[in-house]
Design a protein around this ligand. Structure first.
Ligand SMILES: [Zn+2]
Length: 277
């Protein structure tokens, strides 16, 4: 099976552009030792998917962006029990209903293809079909948008990064930026549903979802068992979701790694979405 590390380095076969990619990512720009220590102390997995220098900070576990200031404020992590769905401590304040607007530039060198925009629209539709307190709406003006989805730089696209996002703010707003590869369709040949799954995953981080298999990324990523820990941002089990993650069906949309296929919300995903929002 083809396997992509979500927002990370490509693992194998048909979509691996360059067999040296993984080494290049790790060695071209060294992440300082004190940053790695801070991440490891906070419970992040720095081994199975090494952090890389990214924009003005670091990309951790493949797709979670931390600024340098974020690194300085990381709390000590704790290991948590093995169960399925998890949220961060900070969530979007959605009391009374909240429409979260998303802007993505269309066309041109810095914009997204029609297929990528179709993926965004399908991701939005998947959330909105759940009848949650939060809903999403695509807008055509970046000024009014809660979340701006921009293209990764060509350099990161070539490295195999698929996207990145962050977690909600302490004041109850969604994370305001998704950086997304613009070549999911053109280079990797992903379907609209596959693209929608990756964008929906990033949107999930923006509203407070952690990786479903955060406690053992080997479930979706392969390799050795590894535990993300609570990452200093909280990893709160969502009541009503089952113990343990697996790849039944196509698996949760918040699994750490993707094979590029479609992962519509599972029943446990729906329980988790409904509980938080
Ligand atoms: Zn992720």
């Amino acid at each position: 099976m083809r396997k992509l590390k979500l927002l990370g380095v490509l693992l194998s076969g048909a979509i691996l552009l360059n067999s040296c990619t993984e080494n290049q990512v790790v060695t071209t720009e060294e992440v300082p030792g004190e940053v790695l220590s801070a991440l490891a102390n906070a419970g992040y997995d720095i081994n199975s998917q090494a952090p890389i220098q990214f924009e003005q900070g670091y990309l951790v576990e493949g797709d979670i962006y931390f600024s340098k200031a974020d690194i300085n404020s990381l709390k000590e992590g704790v290991r948590l029990p093995v169960e399925e769905q998890y949220s961060t401590d900070n969530l979007v304040n959605a009391t009374g209903g909240r429409v979260i607007t998303i802007y993505a530039p269309e066309g041109g060198r810095r914009g997204f293809s029609t297929g990528m925009i179709a993926g965004l629209d399908e991701a939005i539709a998947r959330y909105n079909a759940e009848g949650l307190e939060i809903s999403f709406q695509r807008v055509t003006n970046s000024n009014s948008a809660d979340i701006v989805m921009s293209r990764l730089s060509r350099r990161y696209e070539r490295q195999g990064v698929l996207g990145s996002a962050g977690f909600p703010t302490a004041s109850g707003d969604p994370y305001d930026q998704i950086l997304m590869s613009g070549i999911l369709e053109s280079t990797y040949g992903l379907s609209t549903a596959g693209i929608a799954t990756i964008i929906a995953h990033e949107m999930g981080h923006c509203v407070g979802f952690r990786h479903t298999d955060y406690f053992d990324r080997s479930i979706s990523c392969g390799g050795s068992p590894s535990n993300e820990g609570d990452g200093g941002v909280g990893a709160n089990h969502i009541p009503g979701t089952p113990t343990g993650a697996d790849l039944a069906g196509n698996g949760s949309w918040m699994l750490a790694c993707t094979d590029g296929s479609s992962r519509p919300f599972t029943s446990a995903d729906q329980t988790a979405l409904d509980y938080l929002y």
